[in-house]
Design a binder for this molecule. Structure first.
Ligand SMILES: Cc1cc2nc3c(=O)[nH]c(=O)nc-3n(C[C@H](O)[C@H](O)[C@H](O)COP(=O)(O)OP(=O)(O)OC[C@H]3O[C@@H](n4cnc5c(N)ncnc54)[C@H](O)[C@@H]3O)c2cc1C
Length: 429
């Protein structure tokens, strides 16, 4: 009881600190907008110094918003965002939308709303891949070069196979098509094998079995419990959720061979299983290749980019100008997620804004257990949420009424009206 009181007080204090920081940022941005309206701001053509942000997902999009809205009125800086995707891809919804049809478009939130209200010329959007990073420039696409004074790397993580963890298509139309094809393959399958018992694997397996109870759904996981990176109470809840629906669970096993022609997979133990649909939910890796070329010593054994406490890169030759945030950063965050990515984006934005005023980038990122809050769906109509850490963690079971989960809130949070999309390409600001 006493421990839970401490837990709640700790959570309230952390939330209060985050809200207070956001209110201060919001007020500063508001007063700046009023000043700009009355006094004007640096003409766009004179904003020649670039803060380049590579990647506009939870970390980069948030950092870009905070910086562009807070650049001083007479600043010669502008924020240049480089992102290949036509829309913000809402990862949380992907496992669900790989199974439940009719919602695919909701995973693609139009860019633009979240970065509105910035001074003219303070934000430039480039829809492309960064293909190379140098000490002072980034290369975009085949040959275009953009110089930078400050660089924010927010390239996140990825998987080679794409869905259900990542879309692996930059265009919304193609992404929607891939989701529909995935749904069709689940619908037509009789024996589905899901590989990987992390959140995506558990959610997809339970969704598939809940929607199609007649199908045989197996989850293969290499550890002794699903959700093994989380508190034991969540592992138990995941196990019970899978069992309740009638999913088969194979633990401490790996798939070592997949024969699509024969319709089989082989496990490490030698067991051969029949299947007509294999869903791979493993293999997420940090997207750090560009920095690996520029600064090989900054890459940790996990593939993450090493950072200092203020999220500058841990490379003395670059650390005064290059910052890293989100899934790609080696912050020792136990379970990296959108909240930790956005909070890191805030720290980086605050530090870059200090640096361009010749002040010490003094803000530091500390992971707090609250950032690890997780809501795990266990079938189409229920979920379990984990609040807390270690043995004091609390678990809440809930009924889910909406098949599209929290899609509408996500849209609103990112400044878009659910589910109105009149842009087929990102906004240039
Ligand atoms: C299936 C799934 C479900 C999840 N569910 C939840 C959840 O419920 N709650 C939660 O909090 N978190 C959840 N997460 C985790 C969350 O999605 C990540 O922690 C978060 O997306 C990390 O954000 P990021 O900005 O660091 O990177 P990412 O989201 O990985 O985005 C990186 C961005 O960088 C861009 N990029 C990459 N390389 C380049 C390049 N060379 N040039 C230009 N741009 C580039 C990409 O296009 C992308 O937009 C989930 C993740 C997955 C995979």
């Amino acid at each position: 009881m006493f421990q839970h009181t401490i837990l709640w007080l700790d959570a309230v204090a952390e939330i209060a600190a985050i809200v207070a920081a956001e209110v201060v940022r919001g007020m500063n941005a508001f007063f700046l907008r009023q000043q700009i309206r009355v006094l004007g701001s640096t003409p766009p053509e004179q904003r020649t110094q670039n803060v380049v942000v590579v990647g506009a997902s939870f970390a980069g999009y948030h950092a870009a918003r905070l910086m562009a809205r807070s650049l001083p009125r007479n600043s010669h800086y502008r924020v240049v965002v480089i992102e290949p995707n036509s829309h913000f891809q809402f990862t949380w919804l992907l496992p669900r939308f790989c199974v439940a049809p009719g919602h695919e478009h909701k995973a693609f939130i139009p860019y633009g709303g979240y970065i509105s209200g910035t001074a003219p010329g303070s934000l430039q959007w480039v829809r492309d891949w960064v293909t190379d990073i140098g000490k002072n420039i980034v290369t975009v696409g085949n040959e275009d070069v953009i110089p930078y004074e400050y660089l924010v790397v927010a390239t996140g993580s990825g998987v080679r196979q794409g869905l259900p963890s990542r879309v692996n298509a930059t265009d919304k139309t193609e992404g929607v098509k891939l989701l529909r094809e995935f749904q069709a393959s689940i619908q037509s399958a009789k024996r589905i094998v899901v590989v990987g018992g992390g959140a995506a694997g558990v959610e997809l397996a339970t969704d598939a079995k809940s929607k199609y109870p007649e199908k045989h759904v197996t989850l293969v996981h290499s550890r002794s419990a699903p959700m093994h990176l989380w508190a034991s109470s969540l592992q138990k809840a995941a196990l019970e959720g899978l069992e309740r629906l009638g999913c088969e669970l194979i633990l401490n096993e790996r798939v070592i061979e997949q024969d699509d022609k024969a319709g089989t997979i082989t496990l490490q133990s030698g067991k051969v299983m029949e299947t007509d649909c294999v869903v791979n939910c493993t293999g997420q890796k940090p997207s750090s290749e560009l920095i690996a070329k520029l600064s090989p010593s900054s890459i940790a054994s996990t593939g993450h980019i090493k950072v200092n406490p203020n999220l500058s890169i841990r490379d003395d030759s670059l650390s005064d100008r290059v910052y890293i945030c989100g899934d790609v950063a080696d912050t020792q965050t136990p379970n990296p997620n959108a909240r930790s990515a956005m909070l890191q984006g805030s720290v980086v934005a605050d530090n870059v804004l200090l640096a361009i005023k010749d002040q010490k980038p003094r803000h530091v990122y500390k992971n707090h257990w609250l950032q690890g809050f997780i809501k795990l769906t266990l079938g189409l109509d229920r979920s379990v949420s984990l609040f807390g850490h270690g043995e004091t963690a609390l678990l809440f079971q809930s009924r889910e009424k909406k098949e599209d989960l929290m899609a509408a809130q996500g849209w609103k949070h990112l400044g878009a009206k659910p589910f109105v999309d009149d842009s087929s390409s990102p906004k240039s600001c």
